[in-house]
Design a protein around this ligand. Structure first.
Ligand code: MF3
Ligand code: CO
Length: 248
């Protein structure tokens, strides 16, 4: 779809439930992301949680993606596939998940540190989360998409880090990815105006090094080109007349 999906009252109720299931799943896997656990085990936990709460893991089967979570470790930015890999002390781990409930999709991500990570990595994680919070504060009807992009860029680059240019947030609703793209770099006052009752996935994806990427051999995983550590936080938000409601 090349225009905004305005949600009905029924769809808004579904979005809230979808988001609740997603947050529950993410809290569960974030708590379980310890040294020694395999990424496949985390994926199983998320899928079980989502299904037992009446949702569907929307990533699974999306363009053939094989899992319920994307788990992206260290230099991996997004779309890391869960498997036999065991988490180690020093890993910076992105846990990205999506839920569909009564036809409405939600999408969210947190990055956690396993054991001891470097001070610079701790700061990258903090700054990326702060960039997301700052962008969410920009959301209200008639704000422009570029207002969010500019705030993310300013927060991340102001701290000496970089946004991954090729990876963006997005609208969502009946589909996981819809209009508009929400770039992580850009200018305030540009881009489409955001209407009330739309759902947006806002997701700064950052790195210590440059903002360039390379594609991995598995056809999914995206790495930083220079091998530096990446972080990723994502909320699904609902635009409401008063401003914004964080859905997941
Ligand atoms: N959260 C991811 C994004 O918005 C979605 C993963 S798509 C999948 O880009 F196919 F990898 F599941
Ligand atoms: Co997303």
């Amino acid at each position: 779809m090349s225009k905004f999906q305005i949600l009905t009252a029924k769809e808004i109720a579904a979005a809230r439930e979808s988001g609740k299931i997603l947050r529950g799943a993410l809290d569960l896997v974030a708590g379980a992301a310890r040294e020694g656990v395999t990424t496949r085990e985390l994926d199983r936990l998320a899928e079980e949680y989502i299904r037992s709460h009446g949702g569907e893991p929307v990533f699974k089967g999306y363009h053939g993606y094989p899992a319920s979570l994307c788990i992206s470790i260290n230099d991996e930015c997004v779309h890391g596939i869960p498997g036999e890999r065991t988490l180690q002390s020093g890993d910076v781990v992105g846990l990205d998940c999506g839920v569909k409930y009564k036809g409405i999709c939600t999408d969210a991500c947190v990055t956690v540190a396993v054991g001891e990570v470097t001070e610079e990595e701790k700061r990258l994680i903090e700054v990326t989360e702060r960039a997301l919070k700052e962008a969410v504060r920009q959301v209200r009807p008639s704000a422009r998409v570029g207002d969010l992009s500019a705030k993310i860029q300013e927060t991340v680059e102001g701290a000496g880090f970089h946004c991954i240019r090729a990876l963006t947030g997005h609208g969502l609703g009946s589909n996981l990815h819809q209009h508009p793209d929400i770039h992580n770099l850009g200018d305030a006052g540009t881009g489409p105006e955001i209407p009330a009752y739309t759902l947006l996935a806002i997701e700064p994806i950052t790195s210590i090094g440059t903002g360039s990427i390379r594609e991995g051999d598995d056809g999914w995983t995206i790495h930083t080109a220079d091998g530096s550590t990446s972080a990723h936080f994502e909320h699904t938000v609902l635009v409401v007349p008063e401003g914004v409601e964080v859905i997941a």
